[in-house]
Structure formats: structure tokens, C-alpha cells
Design a protein around this ligand. Sequence first.
Ligand SMILES: Cc1ncc(COP(=O)(O)O)c(C=O)c1O
Length: 482
Amino acid sequence: MADPWANSPTEETPGTDLHLELSGRGGLRAQLMAALREAIRSGRLAPGTRLPPYRGLAHDLGIARNTVAGAYAELVAEGWLTARQGSGTRVARRTAPLPADHAARPRHQDRRRVVHDLMPSTPDAATFPRAAWLTSARRALAAAPNSAFGVGDPRGRTELRGALAEYLARARGVRAEPDRIVICSGFAHALRLLGRVLDGPVAVESYGLDFHRSLLGEAGLRTVPLPVDTHGARVDELPAGGARSVLLTPAHQFPTGGPLHPERRAAVVDWARAHGGLLVEDDYDGEFRYDRQPVGAVQGLDPDRVVYVGSTSKSLSPALRLGWLVLPGRLVDEVLAVKGPRELWSGVVDQLTLADFVARGAYDRHLRRMRQHYRRRRDQLVGTLADRAPHIRVSGIAAGLHAVLELPAGTEDTALRAARRQGLAIEGLRAFRHPASPMPPRDGLVIGYATPPDHAYGAALDALCHALPGPPAGAGGPDPVG
Ligand SMILES: Cc1ncc(COP(=O)(O)O)c(C=O)c1O
């Protein structure tokens, strides 16, 4: 008689995968029981876990079905497993493994007591457009050719590059043909790739993300700080610094908040043309402009001298890990050579979903909705400070998801300590200063107003007001609080 569970590889075997190693010592049934007990004792099989049906496990282990049935029955009798008609065999609830050793947990899992997150990093996670994303994912999966599920093209899916080329030209003023777009997993990934093709030294803004400066440093590129004022980076100082490339946040200087002045936009492109230099344009939150028309990308002025980089980290979620580079034609092959012959970073389902999401206008709709949402948040922040701390100047409020509260000299550390006592996760301006900046350090708090959920935002602002220094002596206004 044919063995019913000795399936050929193409026949379906029932059940779930379960990794068990038989010791090879003693009978098969005893070996299987020992392996199951060990998996339960160590917590690898959690209480309530449903075990694979006899036939499936027998097939996977290459043993007889009766052996599995016997082992399960004996473990049920011993109390390790339970068997109920209709719900299969499961790990018994009362054999819960010993709790994991807390002291042995990785340190990064320890979290300071944070009640309100005002770090300038994340959008409001509650607003991720789940339903629209799901609709796009369904549509994209249904339409995708089988070849989409083979090895990924490191340039990124053609559907996504096509949709982005149209969107970026229309909404951000980028001159983008799909052939010059390379998909990446966000700005940090783009900078890792560019670090291998840029010429150094690289001029950077005196205030910016330390993480980005480190990525350039890891690529062996020295960074030269450019002073920053209310009109963005002082690009007139580029020739003096001897830089060959420059990294800027022109739409909304991070973190101080000004847009790069139109004359400086033209000047940086002139510098790049005259010196054979290259501008890397970090357009991390360019879609969020509240008080007037969006500031378009500098890349539109000269696509051969500017690398434009965009990301979904502010517009949708930093957990998606999707971004794009729009490259001068001559750099496409160089960047692809660094990226390698296969796509290793961006999953095809997310790429196709984003392509549909952008092409069908859902991205525009989401951004328009979010602009209203964040504008209200910004207005509430500005209004609360005007009422409760009128001596604190707020800057960088015309765009983005954060603002800077300017503090009197020498008060930043005290304000940060007070904020942490209030349970606020918050960052001071000094944390963003290039260590070699020629600018004297400024005291301030960088307030990300997007992250708290709606119901907690008022309380977060209240806690912030309690942490701020009071007005200077004799300056009138309301009494300092806290
Ligand atoms: C200045 C700046 N650039 C870029 C990004 C986006 O980085 P990534 O796409 O790697 O998440 C951020 C954070 O969202 C940022 O603050």
C-alpha cells in the first residue's frame, strides 16, 4: 500500500512549519517527545500554540504518522499538550515557560519614562492611511506581472519610478525622468550610496543631523560646516571651504527652519557649475508648507548638478523605509554599481503599493489632509506659547513638522532637564550643531509637534510650558510656571 504521507515535493502537506531537531538517540517517539518538551520548556513554543497535524509533521521529519500521533498522545497525558476536537493539538496553557531573564535583555529595550514625545522625528503614527494603503496594495498585487516576484531590479520598480517622475515634476518642480530615478530605503540609505560616489570634502549646514554627518564620515568624507541664518545656509562661503560637494535642506533647513533664499538657491547652482561640484538636496519634508506655495526643489534649476533625494519618512511613515534619488544622468550607473546587481533593501510589494498610491492621487489627498492636521498642531503650539510663555520666540514655523523655541543664552541644559522631569522626550538645538561650526552655539529647543496623538497633544504642550525658563527679570508678562 502506498504511504499516504510520503508526499512528492509538489504535493501539499498540511500544517505549519515547526523546527525540531531529533537527537538521534533512542526511539523516534522518545526523541520527538524530548524535542517537543524542550521547545515548550524554553518558551520557543508558547502556551496555546497549535502544533502541526500529524501528517504534516510526519512528512517534515520523515517519520511515520503513528509515531507523531503516539508522541502527541503521550504529551497530552503528561499535561504538556492539550487536544480538543476541532481545535487540534496545542501547547497547554499551564506549562508556561519561566519568564525570560529581564536582566539579560538588550539595553536598547530600556526606555526612559517618556510620557510625551516631542522629538523632531516622526509624523503622527495614528494618521497612517491604512485603508487607502490597503486598497493600493490589493490593486497593485492583482496587477503585478509574475516577473515582479523574481529578483528585484536595483533601480526600483518601473511602475514606482514612473509614478514618482510625474508626481515630483508636478508637486516639487523636480526635472525627473524615470531612468534617472533610483529607489532606496530612505534618505539615510541614499546618503550611504552617495558617500561612495561623492567627491569630498562635503560642505554641510552648521546645524543638521549628526547621524547624516557620521554617514559621510564613515564613507571617508570630511564635512565642512557652513554657517546658517534665517535664509538658510550661507552658500557664499562654499569656495572658501574648499568643498567639492554640498549637502543642504533647501526647502526647510533642518532644524532651524528657514527656506534657502532664492538668491542662494541660484548661487549654489552657480558654484556647482563653476567648480564641477554637486549639491545633494535633502527634501525630507518639502510637502509640508503652511503659509504659502510650496518651495520647489533646487534640482529644477540644474538637474545635472543636483542630486534630489526624497523619502516617505515624514509624508507617510519612517517605518516604510522607502525613498528615491533623482540623479544626474552620469551618476546613475555609478550609484547602481554601489547598490549592487540585486535589490536588497526595498520590498516589491511596498514599491508597487506606493506606485499605485501615488499614481491614483491617494498620496496627494493624504498630504493635503496632513497639511491641515499639522497646521492646526503648529497653530496650537504657537497659540499656547503666546499665552503662556510670550517671552519665548518661536521660529521655523512656516513649514515641516517641528519648530524651534529660542531660549536665553545658557538656559538650554536647564530647560532640557526640566522637560525630562515632565516626562517629555525632547531635543535641544545644540545637539544638532556641527562640532567645528564657526557659529557661536545657540540655545533652543527643537519641538516636533507631529508625534503625540491628538488626545495627548494639549497635555504635551502643558508639560512643555512647565519646563520653559521664565521671562528675564523685569520683563513683564505672565509669571514663570514650574
Ligand atoms: C533632515 C532629515 N533628512 C532626512 C530625513 C529622512 O530620513 P530617512 O528617509 O532615512 O528616514 C529626516 C527624518 O525623517 C530628517 O530629519
